[in-house]
Design a protein around this ligand. Structure first.
Ligand code: SAH
Length: 226
C-alpha cells in the first residue's frame, strides 16, 4: 500500500463511522430523497476525503463546505436530489457533468451510471479530484479542463447532463449536446439568490422545461483558470 493510500485510510478513522453516515442518510430520507440506490451510494462514498482535513469532522453534515479557490463541495441533499432527477427515467450510460469541483458529485455519479464526462474550469481543483477518484478506483470518468458553457461537443450527445454551478441562463451548447430522451438538471437564475433548479427533457418534438425548487450554488463563470 502506498503512503498516500495509508494516509487516506488513517483519515477515515472515526469519520467513516457507520452511525455518522447513517444519520446523514436518515436526514436525506426525511427531506424527501427516496431512490435507495442513490442513498446507498451517498452512504458508502467517503465525503471526508473530498474536503480539507481540517473540515473532515463536518463532512457528514448536510451542508456545503469550502474546497478552496472560492468554491464549495455541494450539499449532500443537493447531490442526492439532482442525481435522483437525472436517474428518474431509468439508468443512464453517458453523463456530462459541468463543475467537477472536489469530485464528490462525480464520484457519486460514477457509481450509478456507465460513464461520466466531467468538465471543470479551474485546473488545480480538477487535478486534485482526478487523483482522489483514481485512488478510490473510480475509473469510468474522463475529465476535461475547459469552460462548461461550451459543454463537451466532441463526445456528445449525452443521456444526462448535470450542472453544479448556477447559470444565468441555460447554455445553448448543453441543449444542443443533450440526446433525444436525455435529461438536463441545472440551477438557473439571474443572481445568486434567485436560482431555481430546472429539469429539461429533450423529446422528439422539442424541449420540455420544468422549474423546481429554489437553490443556491456558486456561479457558473466563463473562461478557464490554471
Ligand atoms: N460538484 C462539485 C461542486 C463544486 S462547486 C462538488 O461537489 O465538489 C461548482 C464548480 O463549478 C466549481 O468547481 C467551479 O469552478 C465550477 N465551474 C464554475 N463555472 C464553470 C464553468 N463555466 N465550466 C466548468 N466548471 C465551472
Amino acid at each position: 500500500m502506498s503512503s498516500r493510500q495509508n494516509d487516506l485510510q488513517r483519515r477515515g478513522i472515526g469519520m467513516t463511522s457507520q452511525r455518522t453516515r447513517e444519520r446523514l442518510i436518515q436526514r436525506l430520507y426525511d427531506e424527501g430523497l427516496r431512490n435507495s440506490q442513490v442513498l446507498d451510494v451517498i452512504c458508502s462514498t467517503p465525503r471526508h476525503l473530498f474536503v480539507d482535513e481540517a473540515l473532515a469532522h463536518r463532512a457528514y453534515e448536510d451542508t456545503a463546505l469550502p474546497i478552496g479557490n472560492n468554491q464549495t463541495i455541494s450539499q449532500p441533499y443537493m447531490v442526492g436530489r439532482m442525481t435522483e432527477l437525472l436517474l428518474a427515467d431509468g439508468p443512464l450510460d453517458k453523463v456530462l457533468e459541468i463543475g467537477t469541483g472536489s469530485g464528490y458529485q462525480t464520484a457519486v455519479l460514477a457509481q450509478l451510471v456507465e460513464r461520466v464526462f466531467s468538465v471543470e474550469r479551474i485546473q488545480a481543483l480538477q487535478e486534485r479530484a482526478k487523483e482522489l477518484l483514481a485512488e478510490l478506483s473510480l475509473r469510468n470518468v474522463v475529465y476535461r479542463w475547459g469552460d462548461g458553457w461550451d459543454g463537451w461537443n466532441a463526445l456528445a450527445p449525452y443521456n444526462g447532463i448535470i450542472v453544479t454551478a448556477g447559470a444565468t441562463e441555460v447554455p445553448q451548447a448543453l441543449l444542443d449536446q443533450l440526446a433525444v430522451g436525455g435529461r438536463l438538471v441545472i440551477p438557473v437564475g439571474e443572481s445568486d439568490d434567485q436560482q431555481q433548479l430546472m429539469l429539461i427533457v429533450r423529446e422528439e418534438g422539442g424541449f420540455v422545461y420544468k422549474t423546481l425548487e429554489g437553490v443556491r450554488f456558486v456561479p457558473l463563470l466563463s473562461g478557464t483558470l490554471a
